[in-house]
Design a protein around this ligand. Structure first.
Ligand SMILES: Nc1ncnc2c1ncn2[C@@H]1O[C@H](COP(=O)(O)OP(=O)(O)OP(=O)(O)O)[C@@H](O)[C@H]1O
Length: 217
């Protein structure tokens, strides 16, 4: 069970002015924390800091009290990111994208094969396992990225706008899968534009004018 905390953080890209100021939030095991806000409000920026991709200018990101140094450190601590742009390798198949990630995080090839099949099935992608990413639709690619994130079985799961290209039935299915992750003790953070999806989450942090405000604490 892992808690990820952002403590009084100002978060900026390079030398640009901070996108977010004075953000404090805790992602707790067993919950889904929704991060909402209009386009450009800073949802990806916050998740990037939580993932170890961006170091706050001031303040800290802590995983079970340990200060996050960089992305490699976050990966070692089990912080999984499903990025907004899916981050898949276009010239690999759906299954290869997942298996490679499982092996890269310490899984054996046999485990990788099993976990890949188990992750693709609930997302309705068993039939697409051996297709190249570039041959898949946008929604199928997004679901593959979700399957990859789930197959990694992290302690913290950061999901950045992962339902934007999905139809209603698939959006619902993905929400159920996030709830199942939370039920196994994962701290889930879900950035979304969708008020219905946010309403289904445990708590909602709303980003506006560079600040984080609790819409539902
Ligand atoms: N990789 C990056 N490099 C530099 N600036 C960035 C980068 N990503 C985002 N930004 C800047 O940070 C600010 C907030 O953007 P961010 O992507 O965090 O918002 P968002 O809430 O996720 O938006 P959307 O809903 O459109 O994805 C914007 O001004 C954007 O230009």
């Amino acid at each position: 069970m892992t808690t990820l905390s952002v403590d009084e953080a100002d978060i900026a890209w390079g030398s640009d002015a901070p996108v977010l100021r004075g953000v404090s939030v805790e992602a707790r095991p067993g919950e889904i924390l929704a991060v909402t806000g209009t386009s450009g409000a800073g949802k990806t920026t916050l998740l990037s800091a939580m993932a170890g991709l961006l170091t706050p200018v001031t303040g800290r990101v802590l995983v079970d009290g340990e200060k996050l140094v960089d992305r490699d450190h976050a990966v070692r601590l089990g912080v999984v990111l499903i990025p907004q742009d899916n981050g898949l390798a276009a010239i690999l198949t759906a299954a290869e994208n997942i298996s490679v990630a499982v092996v890269a995080t310490g899984g054996t090839p046999a485990e990788a094969r099993r976990r890949t099949a188990e992750a693709l099935e609930p997302l309705g992608l068993s039939g697409q396992a051996n297709q190249l990413i570039e041959e898949l639709s946008g929604g199928q690619q997004q679901r593959t990225a979700i399957a990859r994130g789930l197959a990694l079985r992290g302690n913290v799961l950061l999901a950045d706008e992962i339902t934007s290209e999905l139809d209603a039935a698939n959006r619902q299915r993905v929400l159920e899968l996030l709830k199942a992750e939370a039920a196994r003790g994962v701290a889930v953070v879900f950035a979304t534009h969708d008020p219905e999806a946010a309403a289904a989450c445990t708590r909602e942090l709303h980003l506006t004018d560079g600040e984080a405000i609790w819409a539902r604490a």
